[in-house]
Design a binder for this molecule. Structure first.
Ligand SMILES: C[S@@+](CC[C@H](N)C(=O)[O-])C[C@H]1O[C@@H](n2cnc3c(N)ncnc32)[C@H](O)[C@@H]1O
Length: 239
């Protein structure tokens, strides 16, 4: 796994993009930046076993290198289904295809496309693992509604996000803990500061209540947090 040192030198910081430089170090970057990422990815395999129905489609929306797809696929060896992994970064998709080809399991279509344009149908499980936060807020409900409308009864969406807090003290506490997590994982003050200014206009977090209300509005009967570490949560929403 290549080490993320993209922001280790002082530079003119521009908005964060998922380009080849990021794709090359993404596995290291996300593990050292998102508390609980590995636990969430592992648990997606358990969600797959629980929710994927025979003959249905499984969607990994914003798949990056395919970690979530591969975790789900490893638990779907005996369930005939079709998997679709989508990302609009060519660099990510290229590497995801290589990773998918190295493993076995149900067929996976890896598409280089915008998740807002992908045809979703007959879905039993969809995953947005730290991806919705990169869409303009106005587009989020439309996407969730599209997923809910095209999901089989009893199907589920796993939505993982960095969240904001209404209460200032709560926000500060969680931000400080996240900062300590990154420092403990070897990021310097300079790296943390430069990454923060690169991502602040790109990743727009919302409160947990905003997410839960929107999921219900979109057509999911039940939505609840199943994982939280500091300001990072994962929600299971069932149709
Ligand atoms: C934080 S990463 C997701 C990590 C991944 N789901 C995992 O579990 O490892 C966000 C990904 O979403 C992709 N993305 C952002 N906006 C997108 C869009 N509108 N359509 C497709 N992919 C998008 C980015 O290219 C990036 O690879």
């Amino acid at each position: 796994m290549s080490k993320d040192n993209i922001y280790s030198e002082q530079k003119n910081v521009v908005d964060f993009v998922f380009d080849e430089n990021v794709a090359n170090v993404f596995s290291d970057m996300i593990r050292r930046s998102v508390p609980g990422y590995e636990s969430i990815v592992t648990m997606l395999g358990v969600f797959a076993e629980q929710y994927v129905q025979q003959g249905s489609n499984v969607y990994d929306l914003g798949c990056s290198l395919g970690a979530s797809t591969l975790s789900m696929r490893s638990r779907l060896q005996n369930i005939p289904c079709h998997m679709v992994a989508v990302d609009n970064s060519e660099a990510m998709v290229e590497k995801c295809r290589v990773n998918v080809n190295l493993a076995s399991g149900p067929e996976v279509d890896v598409l280089c496309d915008d998740i807002r344009k992908v045809d979703i149908n007959n879905a039993s499980l969809a995953v947005l693992n730290f991806t919705l936060q990169f869409l303009p807020i106005a587009d989020r409900e439309i996407l969730l509604k599209n997923i809910a409308d095209n999901m089989m009864p009893g199907g589920a969406l796993v939505l993982s996000e960095k969240i904001a807090f209404e209460n200032e003290a709560e926000a500060r506490l969680n931000e400080e803990l996240h900062l300590s997590f990154k420092k403990a994982n070897g990021y310097s003050e300079l790296e943390i500061a430069q990454k923060r200014s690169a991502i602040e206009n790109v990743l727009i977090p919302e409160t947990l209540n905003t997410h839960l209300d929107r999921l219900k509005q979109a057509g999911f009967g039940q939505a609840q947090v199943w994982f939280q570490c500091f300001n990072f949560v994962s929600i299971i929403a069932v149709k």
